[in-house]
Design a protein around this ligand. Sequence first.
Ligand SMILES: Cc1ncc(COP(=O)(O)O)c(C=O)c1O
Length: 417
Amino acid sequence: MKRRNLLVGGVAGLGVAGVALWKPRDQGGPHDAYFARLNALLKAHGHGRPTMVIDLERLNHNIDTLTAGIGSKTYRVVVKSLPSLPLLQHVMQRTNTRALMVFHQPFLNAVASRIPDADVLLGKPMPIAAVRTFYRREHHPRFVPAEQIQWLIDTPERLEQYLEFARSQGVHMRINLELDVGLHRGGFADHEELDGVLHRIAEHPHLSLAGFMGYEPHLAGVTDELSHPAVQTVLDVYRGFLARAGAQGVATDALTINGAGSHTIRLYDDDTVMNDLSAGSGLVKPSDFDTLNLSEQLPGVFIAAPILKRYDKLMIPGQELLADAMTLWDPNTARLYYLYGGYWKAGIVSPPGAQDWMYHSTNQSPVMTSTSVDLTVDDYMFLRPTQSEHVMLQFGDLFVFQGGGPAASWPVFHQTG
Ligand SMILES: Cc1ncc(COP(=O)(O)O)c(C=O)c1O
């Protein structure tokens, strides 16, 4: 009997210890010095609405470190990932490049109107209707599409559409051929097909071959090593197409051989196959870019969301008892805030321990915290976007800060136009 009691007592004790072990601890706390300073800055200078902020010092650090190995190659700025004219101009000036990679017709028109000396490579093939729209819209008189744009072509059929357009409009178009270097997102994979396309380009004075473009984000997990077999497999695809084009009489030395992205650009510091490398997102490092080769870069873009309301207890509509029980179990649900906006492609990074899983709203988002978070109405919470592309367009002008002060207000591109 005594033994049985001991056993029951032991099991109960283990249960209590287990529960104590599993019970969530208070993860909350105040903003750290970085976000406390940003909070004060926005309270003094912000508009009081959700704002995308850019840390100029971190941006500059990321620009310098991400492009440090570019050498004599061309650094090409990815416009969709940094969709703001002054932001692009800042990056272009600091890296001394005129090369841009563009993915969206309205952005192409904006670049052609506002950066008349830009050297543009399309990052995806534009439907012929979008090409027509581009030509219909205004561009700067000094911007010469026939010399400053490389149109991306992925199939012989699209080439025929472009050829027909160039002929009918009496314009010259520079053609860059998309290669499937292993991502399998389209592009040429077959040398025979290349022969036919090169032949078509060569026989028509309205077209000329400007280069090849590939993209290989599937190498994001490969360490900083050019000799890695996966990297060499990608480079072999370029080498194969270049040799084939050379055999067809193409002067391959004069071509733009583009590749890479933020995840992989540093793999090619010592490469000589490509002469043109792209990157954009890594300069502001949203959370999807917490990858192997971007450990040196720092998060440089945040969403600042004003706090609208605060309750000092968890409130769940019609579920008061459940709310109390939840807080009893998890101290990180003891306080309830409502943010201005929410449900972005982003996660809360400050204050610590804030959770937004109750439900999502794009209008007013509930956020639960422990009592160790003592922010008040009109303070800000901070989220880190998962990507800069598209998310950056949702907040109006970018609030650029440096140290403890505002540095600039940078308008973003329009999605249409
Ligand atoms: C063709 C191409 N090149 C390069 C990039 C790299 O852009 P980022 O550095 O912003 O990831 C992308 C991104 O989608 C791409 O599609």
